[in-house]
Design a protein around this ligand. Sequence first.
Ligand SMILES: Nc1ncnc2c1ncn2[C@@H]1O[C@H](COP(=O)(O)OP(=O)(O)OP(=O)(O)O)[C@@H](O)[C@H]1O
Ligand SMILES: [Mg+2]
Length: 291
Amino acid sequence: MTPDLMEQGARRLRALTEPNASGKTESGGREAGFARIAQAGEVDIAHGRILYLEGVSVSFDGFKAINNLSLDIAPGELRCIIGPNGAGKTTMMDIITGKTRPNSGTVFFGSTIDLLRYNEFEIAQMGIGRKFQKPTVFEQLSVFENLELALKTNKAVKSALFFKLDSAQSDRLAQVLCTIHLASDARRMAGNLSHGQKQWLEIGMLLMQDPKLLLLDEPVAGMTDEETVRTAELFISLKKHHSLIVVEHDMSFIERISEKVTVLHEGSVLAEGTLAQVQNNEKVIEVYLGR
Ligand SMILES: Nc1ncnc2c1ncn2[C@@H]1O[C@H](COP(=O)(O)OP(=O)(O)OP(=O)(O)O)[C@@H](O)[C@H]1O
Ligand SMILES: [Mg+2]
């Protein structure tokens, strides 16, 4: 994301979260109420949920990619989502992050923020971080510079151009470097890292924003066994402080990290429970895990 785009987004968020001079809002009182609630750091988890989807459907040219999907994620939970190719896992993430608008249903962040009212940038600013499958780090910059750059998307920073780390941010950067196991590689060019390290760096870039909810789409694809094990440890260390939704096909990885597993099939929840429970579910065996 370019600094221009970041600043543009920050402006849009400020417009949403701060009352304007005339005291008017774009669409009246209801908007004003939501805008106040949508300030970063104000996600209402009093009802025990960080994310709530109900009856969500989306069709592409008549094909129902998501079909009456409901999902409930608790604060600090690490939820695994599995399911066959084309089940709608990535599309579900697209809906949560505002990339795709559903045709029907509700999507709430905490119990008060209606995510369908916000765009992709605003949703990211609210504290929902997303990691796509392919690492998208800045290859020509060092590990340190990549993490530093991630801070510049913060809405509090007026201009990326005059950005300088304050001491709290320096501490945070050092802490993230340790969390992602790259403390001794801070000065290395990101382009020289292994595939797994690049994935960790990208997760680190998300962590710099201290997201409340992290969406991770096939995070261990292409990793070595050792990197996969380390990634499992990393995710386990992240839960509680963050909520995580992890989509993966690698069952050995799921086994290491899983608490509750949701199986998606044809855009709906086919089964939900512990890994052992879903692995023994006849329908799941038939459509996904094989006999
Ligand atoms: N923008 C789009 N336009 C048309 N069809 C789409 C679009 N996005 C997704 N689809 C279709 O929706 C279905 C669900 O796709 P999705 O990528 O969400 O599956 P997935 O569960 O992530 O699969 P995989 O495990 O292969 O990543 C697929 O049939 C896909 O072709
Ligand atoms: Mg996918």
